[in-house]
Design a protein around this ligand. Structure first.
Ligand code: CDP
Ligand code: CDP
Length: 225
């Protein structure tokens, strides 16, 4: 069967990473979580004490950094140069400023080039904010995944509290971060979050994870039939 490129975009907590990863596994495709790349650079900048509100400082550091994403069994491993930042990329302090870092042209150019290189041979499921519009404008299947803010925050809260029982976050903290990031990602000048004209809209508010994966699998089958 022909191997295609699948672009999945949408706001925070819509289920993109979870279902994109499962879909790639079902199809025997490569999976790339582009959000983890923006998070990894942000994490490294914070680690080095670079002021993330100073674009020229961010750009001078970022241009010399290499981000590598590996799917090791079920685990996502994200490296910046030789440092494994996987355990830190979802921390609240990274979530709080990743959208500011992701709005800089130098950051986007640096990462988009690498994302396009990884997709050269097709057979890839990539998720993010600008995959269908900028990174893979010729992807054979584009899906814009969304869900209500309340449902997206609820999912995020469950996900965080399961993995960090000693460090609970409140629903209010999560809602605030999601809304703030959605606003910055949608309003930024370069590659804002928006549904590509040829993308299929899929609202997952009342769908389970499995139902979403089945729906996407059926969409791929239709395109490759
Ligand atoms: O998983 P979650 O929805 O919380 O976010 P993510 O996919 O890990 O992405 C984190 C942030 O990176 C987003 O809020 C965007 O600011 C940025 N991002 C982007 O600008 N473009 C992408 N293709 C992917 C992520
Ligand atoms: O990548 P994105 O920010 O769009 O979302 P995610 O991290 O993949 O999904 C957030 C959480 O929602 C995960 O724990 C998923 O298992 C869950 N989820 C769900 O409950 N129902 C869905 N239809 C999709 C995801």
């Amino acid at each position: 069967m022909k191997k295609i490129a699948v672009a999945i975009d949408g706001p925070a907590g819509a289920g993109k990473s979870t279902v994109a990863k499962a879909l790639a596994k079902r199809l025997g495709y490569v999976y790339l979580d582009t959000g983890s790349m923006y998070r990894a650079l942000t994490c490294e900048l914070l680690h080095r004490g670079v002021p993330v509100d100073r674009e020229e400082k961010v750009c001078s550091v970022v241009q010399n950094l290499t981000v590598e994403v590996k799917n090791d069994q079920e685990e996502l491993i994200v490296m910046v140069d030789d440092r494994d930042v996987s355990a830190h990329i979802r921390r609240p302090e990274v979530s709080a400023c990743v959208s500011q870092v992701a709005a800089y042209a130098c950051v986007r150019q640096h990462l988009v080039k690498e994302q396009q290189r990884l997709a050269e041979n097709g057979g890839i499921v990539m998720d993010g904010r600008d995959i269908g519009t900028v990174v893979l404008p010729h992807a054979e299947l584009k899906v814009f995944l969304t869900a209500s803010v309340e449902e997206r925050a609820r999912r995020r809260l469950v996900q965080w509290n399961e993995n960090h029982p000693d460090e609970p976050q409140t629903m209010a903290q999560i809602v605030q971060n999601i809304q703030e990031r959605d606003r910055k990602d949608t309003e930024r000048a370069i590659s804002p979050l928006r549904q590509a004209e040829d993308a299929i809209l899929l609202d997952t508010t009342s769908l389970t994870r499995e139902e979403t994966i089945d729906t996407l699998t059926a969409m791929v089958k239709k395109v490759t039939a």
